[in-house]
Design a protein around this ligand. Structure first.
Ligand code: CP
Length: 320
């Protein structure tokens, strides 16, 4: 069974970021993903639309959610999926990113999913290989499938995205999740707030079409959605916060602060969570949290992205 013909053709060969996608492109992927949710919930989770296709996951950075959901997504579509174990690969012998990618490309994959610590790595690869490339997170640049799964989660919880107030809170400076979400949510008509201490806001924040708040209480007041971000200490080279304790006091999401948002506000977090750093445990596990739904939507979104990029209706031979 394939559902490819019931959705508009996605007009891009790669998914390198949300930047450059239209609201129609985003909606095409989100609609496709929505239709995939039921497949993961049924006993037989297998489709055949990608039978015969080869997917390689190339993760140069650690991942729990993204890598496993790309793997499951490919397998549920019937593709042959290979997870490249970078820690055991010739990268450890000094092989460059491009040489690794060109070696894998010679094995004729149809799609390459890459996560890398450097912004622009996925785009660089896309210029070199002959298959489709999906950016699974590149440095502090973009994480497009996270933004898509977040959009799907919001739409299913609220019935719409247009007109909602979404407060993105925390370490925006180092966050590819924030960048992709700001682009996606703006394109889909949400009012986006960036809530962070000034040390964790990027210089270009004033040009990102968001309302900026450096006070958490003001930033989440009357929000429909509060999206918390992980404090990315591994990307910090200096002192961005006085202490974790201080950070939680002023920018951690707890019951008292969440009480300022709308009563039916949902709480999101891309994971991994730092409990007691950016979010209190009782909020992460509480009734307003949709964190596990986000993970579930991740598989549906990645299935949609793979199917859209390898849609057989696209020009013959393009993905060969
Ligand atoms: N949200 C996210 O990208 O999680 P992982 O780092 O576990 O893939």
């Amino acid at each position: 069974m394939t559902q490819t013909t019931s959705f508009p053709i996605f007009p891009h060969r790669h998914l390198l970021g949300i930047k450059g996608l239209t609201a129609h492109d985003l909606t095409t992927l989100i609609d496709r993903a929505d239709a995939n949710v039921a497949i993961s919930r049924q006993l037989d989770k297998k489709k055949t639309s990608m039978r015969g296709r080869t997917q390689i996951n190339l993760f140069f950075e650690n991942s729990t959610r993204t890598q496993s959901s790309f793997e499951l997504a490919g397998k549920r579509l019937g593709a042959d999926v290979m997870n490249m174990a970078v820690s055991h690969s010739s990268v450890k012998k000094g092989e460059t990113l491009i040489d690794t990618a060109m070696t894998l490309n010679a094995m004729h994959p149809d799609i390459l999913v890459i996560r890398h610590k450097s912004g622009g790595a996925a785009a660089l690869l896309a210029q070199k290989v002959s298959c489709s490339v999906v950016n699974a997170g590149d440095g502090a640049h973009e994480h497009p499938t996270q933004a898509l799964l977040d959009a799907l989660t919001i739409r299913r919880a609220k019935g719409r995205i247009d007109g909602l107030t979404v407060a993105i809170c925390g370490d925006i400076l180092h966050s590819r999740v924030a960048r992709s979400n700001i682009l996606s949510l703006n394109a889909l008509g949400a009012r986006v707030r960036a809530v962070a201490p000034t040390t964790l806001l990027p210089n270009e924040i004033d040009n990102m079409s968001v309302d900026v708040f450096t006070n958490m209480q003001e930033g989440i007041k009357d929000a429909d959605v509060v999206m918390m971000l992980r404090l990315q200490r591994e990307r910090m080279s200096g002192a961005f916060i006085p202490s974790v304790r201080e950070y939680f006091r002023f920018f951690g999401l707890d019951k008292q602060k969440l009480g300022l948002a709308k009563k039916d506000c949902i709480v999101m977090h891309p994971g991994p969570i730092n409990r007691g750093v950016e979010i209190a445990s009782d909020i992460a596990d509480g009734p307003q949290s949709v964190i596990h739904t986000q993970v579930e939507m991740g598989v549906a979104v990645r299935m949609a992205v793979i199917e859209a990029l390898l849609d057989p209706r696209r020009s013959e031979g393009e993905n060969q």
